[in-house]
Ligand binder design. Sequence first.
Ligand code: PMP
Length: 357
Amino acid sequence: MKEYGWSRNVRQVDPYVPGEQPSDPNIIKLNTNENPYPPAPGVQKFLSSVDVTDLRKYPDPASSELVDAIADYHDVDPSQVFVGVGSDDVLSMAFLAFFNGSDPVLFPDVTYSFYNVWADVYRVPYTEIPLSDDFTIDPSDYLRKNGGIIIANPNAPTGMPLPLSSIETIISGNRDSVVIVDEAYVDFGGESALSLLDKYDNLLVIRTFSKSRSLAGSRIGYAIGCVDMIRCLNDIKYSVNSYTMDRITLGIGTAAIRDEAYFRECVDRIIATRERTTEELKKLGFAVLPSATNFVFARHGYIPAMVLFEYLRDQGIYVRHFGGKRVYNYLRISIGTESDMDKLISVLTDYIERERA
Ligand code: PMP
């Protein structure tokens, strides 16, 4: 950007780069961990009942209908629930609310690449703690002076889950810090930290409707923690934007969380497809990290990830590739429908067989 008179007052940031959203519907999108199945049928029913006249009015600033439905689902008090515009919004507010000290916030070196962006934009010091060589998190690395901790469990983009006992070691060893557990993918096989809430007032669990509830396009996330923590989050929200959740989204989210049977069916189907895809990829010479999410993180034995990324893209299959020394040779592949994954495997098989010939 050229220099302006006002440039010296600009908050300089190096932004997060979201995955691509192509407009061509024929592209097989395995690049942003979306759910390949539609949202629960109640969502369509709710949308059909919407009266646009109601949109002239502001939404309920407390988002009570959705908060109550989430509280009911998790069997907690509504005063323990905070909702936002996707978990990115909730995470951003949590950084603003709880990570305001002079000691560094801790998170792994390989994790959701938004954490360092929020730390930078809010001017919070942070330390990225290297994962072990096998990409596991060693909880003892997090028993040091800090201004807060955030762990994605299961982690992204590795997909690997951390046992609840290790999460508890981190929470119990840091009673004077807020420990955020980002459970964006937990429904696909991780152990939730929600069961620890009664024991620890320094735990905040953050979740999303984007993955397991097929609502990435609607933007719904939430946090569950002790009542005072939720109050701190609301203080930030009401200091930035009182009406984060719009009227339609509130109804969509409420309809989605009430359909447990549909949710289970979709999640089980994705887990089964993930396991099958993992086996197929291994047969093709990929090393695949053990995933408890709706994606796999895989590295081919001898073909560079970037080569495969570009080849797949040319064939109309989008996957995600991240820069960064430790993960440069990996592809993150979201789990699509059975037929999406059949296509992926067949395109990869063709390429690899040609390479071998
Ligand atoms: N946490 C993690 C670990 C993620 O991968 C994502 C998805 N990019 C999010 C949070 C944010 O998801 P959303 O804002 O759609 O809820």
